[in-house]
Design a protein around this ligand. Structure first.
Ligand SMILES: Cc1ncc(COP(=O)(O)O)c(C=O)c1O
Length: 348
C-alpha cells in the first residue's frame, strides 16, 4: 500500500476524435482556420532557435498584444493556454479564508482547481433563466470568478452589472474569464483603469483559432500581474514555447482577419438558433460561439447519439443535473450547421 497519493476528480475535457471527416462541434473551437500570416510565420520559423529556452517574459508578444488591446505591456501575463493562466490566477489570488464564489453552472475547471489547490469555494446557483444574479455576489467572499459570456450557457452579463460586482468587492480579486468575448458582448477592458481588483483572462483558442497552440493571457494592473508572474515562475517559467509566442504574435498582427471570421460565426449562430427554435427547441440567448439548447420531440441523449452516429460531435453533460436535457453545440461553418439542421429534421 503506497501512502500519500492524491485523490482528485479531474476536469473532463471534450473528446478529440481522430477521424478526418467529421463535423466537430464539441469544444468550441473556431470554425475557420488560422490567419495566412500565422502560416507564413510557421514556414519561416528557424528550427535552430529551439536550441535555446523560450523567453521568460514574452516581450514581443506582449508588445503587439498591448497595442492591439490599448493597454501597457506590464499589464499582460502570457501562459500556456488560458487554463494555465486561470490555474496560476487561482494560486495567486485565492488565498483567503472566506469562500471564492462562482456559479453552479460555469466553466467546469474552476471547481477542479479549487479542489486541487484546496481553495474554499461556494457555487452559487444561476437564476431560473440561467442568468448570473448580481446580488448573489455582493456578500462577503474570498474572491470571485465569472465567465462572460458564461459557458456553457452563452449568456452575456451586461457590463454595468459586472461593474456593480467589482465595486462591491474592492478588497478581493474578481476574475473575468473572457474566453468568448469577441463573439458578442462588451469587454470589461475599459473597467481596468477604475478597478485594481479586476483580472481579465483571454485565450487564443477561440477567436484566434489557435486551440492547438496553447496560448492565453491575463490583463490586470502591473501589481496583480507581478503576483501572477511570481506564481508562474514558481511552477514552469518557460511554459510558453518560442513557436507559440511567434505564431500568436502573427495572429495579433492580422486581427481584422479574425474579426471578420467572428462576424461570420455570429451570423451563423443567430441563423442556427432561429432554425432550432423553428424545430421547437429551447435555445438560450448566446453571445458566444456555441449555443445551449434543449431539444423537442427527441431527448438530448437520443439526439447526441444520433448525431454521433453521423460523425457530428456535440457536447452532452448527462451528469450535470440542471442541463442534462440540453446539448451544447459549437457554431461551425454555415454549411456544417445546415447539415446539423438537416439531420435534426430527418430524425423528427
Ligand atoms: C470559459 C473557458 N475558459 C477557459 C477555457 C480554456 O481555454 P484554453 O484553450 O485557452 O486553455 C475554455 C475552454 O473551453 C473555456 O470555455
Amino acid at each position: 500500500m503506497i501512502r500519500g497519493l492524491r485523490q482528485i476528480e479531474p476536469y473532463v475535457a471534450g473528446a478529440q476524435p481522430a477521424e478526418k471527416k467529421m463535423i466537430k462541434l464539441n469544444t468550441n473551437e473556431n470554425a475557420y482556420g488560422a490567419s495566412p500570416k500565422v502560416g507564413e510565420a510557421l514556414a519561416s520559423f528557424d528550427a535552430d532557435s529551439l536550441r535555446k529556452y523560450s523567453t521568460l517574459d514574452q516581450a514581443d508578444l506582449r508588445a503587439v498584444l498591448a497595442e492591439n488591446l490599448q493597454v501597457r505591456p506590464e499589464q499582460l501575463m502570457i501562459a500556456n493556454g488560458s487554463d494555465d493562466v486561470l490555474s496560476i490566477a487561482f494560486l495567486a489570488f485565492f488565498n483567503n479564508d472566506e469562500p471564492v464564489l462562482f456559479p453552479d453552472l460555469t466553466y467546469g475547471f474552476y471547481k477542479v482547481w479549487a479542489d486541487l489547490y484546496r481553495v474554499n469555494y461556494h457555487e452559487i446557483p444561476l437564476a431560473e433563466d440561467f442568468t448570473i444574479r448580481t446580488e448573489d455576489y455582493l456578500a462577503d467572499n474570498g474572491g470571485i470568478i465569472l465567465t462572460n459570456p458564461n459557458a456553457p450557457t452563452g449568456i452575456y452579463k451586461p457590463l454595468a452589472e459586472i461593474e456593480a460586482i467589482l465595486q462591491a468587492n474592492r478588497d478581493v480579486v474578481v476574475i473575468l474569464d473572457e474566453a468568448y468575448i469577441n463573439f458578442g458582448g462588451q469587454s470589461a477592458l475599459p473597467l481596468l483603469s477604475k478597478y485594481d481588483n479586476l483580472v481579465i483572462t483571454r485565450t487564443f483558442s477561440k477567436d484566434a483559432a489557435l486551440a492547438g497552440l496553447r496560448v492565453g493571457y491575463a490583463i490586470a494592473s502591473p501589481e496583480l500581474i507581478a503576483v501572477m508572474n511570481a506564481v508562474k515562475h514558481s511552477i514552469n517559467p518557460y511554459s510558453v514555447d518560442l513557436l507559440a509566442e511567434k505564431l500568436a504574435a502573427a495572429a495579433v498582427e492580422d486581427w481584422p482577419y479574425y474579426q471578420a471570421n467572428a462576424k461570420k460565426i455570429q451570423k451563423t449562430r443567430d441563423w442556427f438558433s432561429q432554425q432550432l427554435v423553428k424545430q421547437g427547441f429551447t435555445v438560450l440567448p448566446s453571445q458566444a460561439n456555441f449555443v445551449l439548447t434543449k431539444p423537442a420531440g427527441i431527448s438530448a441523449a437520443a439526439l447526441f447519439k444520433a448525431l454521433e452516429a453521423r460523425k457530428i460531435y456535440v457536447r452532452y453533460f448527462p451528469t450535470v443535473d440542471r442541463i442534462k436535457d440540453y446539448l451544447r453545440i459549437s457554431i461551425g461553418r454555415q454549411e456544417e450547421m445546415e447539415a446539423v439542421i438537416k439531420t435534426i429534421e430527418d430524425l423528427k
